[in-house]
Write a protein of this length. Structure first.
Length: 307
């Protein structure tokens, strides 16, 4: 093992975690041949194969499983060491690992601007992804902090609301309901609807409101992207319900409008989340405190100046 390098162990850990050379290569911004070569050299240093391919699936060998467990311990210790050193130096430095749900991309990058000006020694790794991937990342303890509205039910979590996340009904500016006030909810059943994809927190909240009031809407289109939905609304494909925070791109604001419908906005919250029992690093604690103490004011200022 003396010939093995830390880089090889990192590459191996990513392949083992994803069970895929391709996904590991994507995560590490390496080519697939480079990833394969690193794992091959590591296997040579170990003296035993680390993976075996059965059909199309990749499996860890017994030696691979042992090494995967060792890597996890090693990387946890290294990052603890990093934060101890930063602490000793009295500096806020190190890497902040964040994963946020799709719609939070309208909030978090804006909040990160000021944070990173204030703490230039902190590097940030930000992953914007869906609920399924976030759960996977939580399970593997891959991040310091998560931001979402819809909480996964299968984890014991520390959950802290820091900002409202109102969901509103959006329609093209030419829509006949634009000038009406307090539109009855059941009136939406006559409209063609564009919905976020199954698994989306937004979709779940919308569905719950309609189910609670016994309303079935005509879903014309499922789309996995807020931006694509806004384009579809502007293009006249139908109306939709999205977070008000998606209305940030000024170019679209004259094409789509918020309808005044009873029971809207659906009031939800953005939560800062981390697994129960997780010790936040100094860097993560600094970001947590920043979001809880200042996040709301900064976000509200940003959004009122845009919308
Ligand atoms: P999304 O919403 O999954 O629809 O992007 C965020 C959330 O509800 O957690």
């Amino acid at each position: 093992m003396r010939q093995a390098t830390l880089h090889q162990l990192k590459v191996f850990e990513a392949v083992a975690r994803h069970n895929s050379f391709t996904r590991a290569a994507e995560e590490l911004f390496l080519t697939q041949p480079t990833v394969s070569m690193q794992v091959k050299q590591l296997a040579k240093a170990v003296g035993l194969p680390l993976f075996e391919q059965v059909g199309k699936r990749l499996y860890l060998t017994t030696a691979g499983k042992e090494l995967f467990g060792t890597c996890k311990g090693l990387f946890d210790q290294l990052s603890e060491f990093e934060s101890t050193i930063a602490n000793l130096k009295g500096l806020k430095q190190g890497t902040l690992r964040l994963s946020v749900i799709t719609t939070a991309k309208y909030i978090i990058p804006r909040l990160l601007g000021l944070f990173s000006q204030r703490y230039p020694g902190i590097d940030i790794s930000l992953k914007v992804t869906n609920h399924e991937r976030i759960s996977e990342r939580m399970l593997n303890n891959q991040d310091d902090i998560y931001v979402m509205s819809q909480l996964p039910s299968d984890f014991d979590l520390n959950v802290h609301p820091f900002l409202e996340n109102p969901l509103v009904v959006l329609a093209p500016r030419s829509h006949p309901l634009v000038k009406e006030k307090n539109i009855p909810l059941k009136r939406l059943a006559d409209e063609l609807f564009i919905m976020r994809e199954p698994g989306s927190g937004t979709r779940q909240a919308v569905k719950k409101l309609f189910d609670d009031h016994g309303i079935t809407v005509k879903v014309k289109l499922d789309l996995g992207s807020n931006e694509a939905i806004k384009q579809a609304i502007a293009g006249g494909l139908g109306i939709s319900v999205l977070s008000r925070h998606t209305l940030t791109s000024e170019s679209m604001n004259h094409e789509i409008v918020v309808l005044d419908v009873e029971h809207f906005p659906i009031l939800r919250h953005w939560y800062v989340v981390y697994p129960a029992g997780k010790q936040l690093s100094i860097v993560a604690r600094t970001f947590f405190d920043y979001l809880m103490n200042e996040g709301k004011a900064i976000a509200e200022h940003t959004f009122t100046s845009i919308i």
